[in-house]
Design a protein around this ligand. Structure first.
Ligand SMILES: [Zn+2]
Ligand SMILES: [Zn+2]
Length: 366
């Protein structure tokens, strides 16, 4: 059975295929994208102890070109620092919104300490060209229109990515919530065959009009077995069923592998219990079919996607203060975002802000 699976996959993953693995990391998200030109992209890393580094090693991933943190909750970045240490990526993308946890601070310190990693804030309109026929588009967040005072601002401002490979489309939504989905409806992003269901299938996401627009045929739910949040929600599953999307869940199906040839998508699943199931070097492109690696840039990730000055300001601004005030805020704090650009003072660390004579703001208590 296992040998058959290997054979099948060897047949499935041809040169030109883009392979996406929704890794089985329990309650959390970790998604690996591999392109024909050997670009490896990781979206989220799962929580501490998710085993994501081991899983990447098992899958034969020896480098990461781009790592995206959808938002700084522990079930998405808990194991991110171990990923960054084991496989320092060329580029690291996040929402630019800080979190108060030690996990977040330690992760950012590790990224800052590694001079080879290019840190970048995600911004609507950025496009990473992965290959001739594959590109990753940043749909959200839009730094000019961040979601504020929502049920969870960190979730609502998740990085939303659209992977386009030829005629196929996959949407990665982090823990986006209703306001995020409404913004995507307003932006008229249109249909997309594969939906990584937001927020582990929570009832705060996957609203009906969003499904009506996307019309997904494949829905991916990354979720831990028997998780205490009762994800995925019954309502979400009912809406997906109603939408006639085939649902794959990591708690039941294990790792879910999607192979796109640019026209259609095949799905293969690997249960962890399957002895060695997770050990398969899935979709390593057969050597003979491997396209030559050109050291120049046309096929690689766009080194400098368009950035607005606003975004650039945010990048170096984990702690923010107004020239007119004695206090400083976390970048993600609602009050930090109300500071006018001309009054904005940025600090790389809390210590730097304190040294400059500012005190912690009462609203976000950085
Ligand atoms: Zn979250
Ligand atoms: Zn989450």
């Amino acid at each position: 059975m296992l040998a058959l699976a290997v054979l099948l996959l060897a047949t499935l993953a041809r040169a030109g295929d883009v392979v996406v693995d929704v890794l089985d990391v329990g309650q959390g998200d970790a998604i690996l994208i591999r392109t024909p030109a050997h670009k490896n992209i990781l979206i989220d890393a799962g929580d501490k102890g998710s085993g994501v580094v081991e899983e990447l090693t098992r899958l034969g991933v020896d480098h990461l070109d781009l790592v995206v943190s959808s938002h700084p909750h522990a079930d998405h970045i808990g194991a991110m620092e171990s990923v960054i240490r084991a496989l320092p990526p060329k580029r690291y993308l996040d929402t630019g919104l800080a979190h108060t946890t030690q996990t977040y601070r330690s992760l950012m310190a590790t990224i800052e300490a590694n001079a080879t990693i290019i840190y970048q804030t995600a911004q609507t309109g950025q496009v990473f060209n992965l290959d001739d026929r594959a590109r990753l588009e940043v749909l959200l967040p839009d730094s000019a229109r961040r979601f504020r005072d929502t049920r969870s601002d960190l979730n609502s401002n998740s990085v939303v990515l659209k992977l386009v490979h030829g005629e196929t489309c996959m949407l990665f939504t982090g823990d986006a919530e209703e306001p995020t989905e409404r913004a995507l409806i307003d932006a008229k992003i249109g249909t997309c065959a594969v939906l990584k269901v937001a927020h582990h299938g929570s009832g705060h996401s996957t609203i009906q009009p969003f499904l009506d627009m996307l019309r997904p045929t494949i829905a991916l739910v990354s979720v831990g077995l028997g998780n205490r949040y009762h994800h995925p929600g019954h309502g979400t599953l009912a809406r997906l069923e109603q939408a006639k999307a085939t649902v794959y869940r990591t708690d039941r199906d294990g790792r879910v592998t999607l192979t796109s040839n640019g026209k259609s998508i095949r799905v293969t699943t690997f249960k962890r219990e399957d002895p060695g199931g997770a050990l398969l070097p899935v979709a390593k492109v057969p050597k003979s079919d491997t396209p030559p690696l050109v050291p120049t840039l046309p096929k690689s990730i766009d080194p400098e996607p368009e950035l607005t000055p606003d975004v650039l300001e945010h990048e170096a601004c984990p702690f923010a203060a107004s020239r007119k005030s004695e206090v400083f805020h976390e970048a993600g704090c609602g009050n930090a975002q109300k500071i006018n650009a001309e009054n904005l003072v940025c600090y790389a660390s809390k210590e730097a802000a304190e040294k400059a004579g500012r005190r912690s703001a009462g609203c976000c208590k950085p």
